[in-house]
Every structure is written in C-alpha cells, then in structure tokens.
Write a protein that binds this ligand. Structure first.
Ligand code: GRF
Length: 192
C-alpha cells in the first residue's frame, strides 16, 4: 500500500453529506497535515461524501449491508487491507460495537456536535436551545464502548445568541467542526 513519508494513514467512516470529510481531505493536502486520508468507508452506498472522495482519487467504499454486524465485518477486512494508523468517524451515524473496537485494535476518534459530556447522542442543538444554554460547541473524542464518553482530544465553544434557532446553531457548530477535526487529529497523532 502507498505510504506518504511523514504522514500517517487514516480511514474515515461517513454516513451522508461528508462535509467533515471534505475539511479533512482539504487539510490533508496542506504542509501542516500529519495525516493522509487513505480510504473512506460508508454504511450508505449513496452517501454524498463518497463522491468527494472519488474526486480526490481516494479509495472509497459504500458498503451495502443487511445489518451492523455485516457492515463491521466487511469494513474490518478493508481496514486490515489498508493498514491505517487511525480511524476517524465523521458524521457516521451508527454506533460502533465493542467487538469492532477490540478487533480493529487501533485508535478511533469521533466528532460530536456538543460540548461533551453534555448532550451525548442525537439532537444536541435542540437540547442546548431548549435548555437556554449560553454555549454550544463541538468535541473530538476517543471512541470507546460507551457512547460519546471517551477521552476528549479537543473541544471548541460557540456562543448561543438569543436570536439563534436549531438551524442557525447547527450551522455555527458545523463551522467549528470543520476547523477543529484536523487540528485534533494532528494533536492526537503527535502523541501516538
Ligand atoms: C456533523 O454535525 C457531525 O458532528 C454529526 O453529523 C453531522 C454530519 O455532517 N455527527 P457531515 O456528514 O460531516 O457533513
């Protein structure tokens, strides 16, 4: 497999639009990047983000599968083949099993649209607005068996204004996500 000197190979799992994937690919082309996106895998063969990976000639796979177990087994085979150093979940909407984490045996990172440990799971922006929080944000954390609970690598806040609604907050947080994921990966790889 092609190795880029000085850069570690990462795999990215996506489920849909792939705007975080885009920001990672963009960053990986720069001098500051410590990583290269070697392969992109999706549990949804129609995922928009796969097209972006193709555009950059990055190997990508939309895995059609009956259930989570078959997705995990197929993707584990691919991850073994590509021998990546790190797996990054970016808008990947399935919960990875403990068995997968054990079998993969390399670190896995995830991006979550809240200031963890607040608002694990879905509908983070709805909950932040409903609770009249002053801040929202995004977190990059290690993936463990417990949902959205692994060690925090990087986190960034945004202020919630009185005029914000779920839509505007989602947009603001996504902008932050695009800024911090690559930074967090670089930070993590430096200490790996
Ligand atoms: C992001 O907000 C991510 O944090 C969340 O789902 C969204 C996916 O966006 N889990 P994209 O597919 O990266 O554009």
């Amino acid at each position: 497999m092609e190795k880029y000197p000085g850069k570690r190979n990462i795999a990215v799992f996506i489920s849909g639009r792939g705007s975080n994937l885009k920001s990672l690919i963009k960053h990986s082309k720069g001098k500051k990047a410590l990583f290269k996106v070697l392969v992109v895998i999706s549990n949804n063969h129609d995922a928009e983000g796969l097209k972006y990976a193709s555009k950059w000639k990055i190997k990508n796979y939309g895995i059609k599968c009956k259930n989570k177990l078959s997705f995990e087994n197929k993707s584990l085979k691919l991850l073994k083949k590509y021998n990546v150093d790190l797996l990054c979940l970016a808008g990947f909407m399935k919960i990875i099993s403990g068995n997968f984490i054990k079998k993969f045996s390399k670190p896995i990172l995830n991006i979550h649209p809240s200031l963890l440990p607040k608002y694990k799971g879905l509908n983070t922006h709805e909950r932040a607005i409903k609770n009249e929080d002053k801040f929202a944000g995004a977190t990059i954390h290690k993936v463990t068996e417990k949902l959205d609970s692994g060690k925090v690598i990087l986190q960034k806040k945004v202020r919630i204004l009185k005029s914000d609604n779920v839509r505007s907050l989602r947009k603001k947080v996504l902008k932050v996500e695009h800024k911090i994921y690559a930074k967090a990966i670089n930070k993590f790889l430096t200490n790996l």
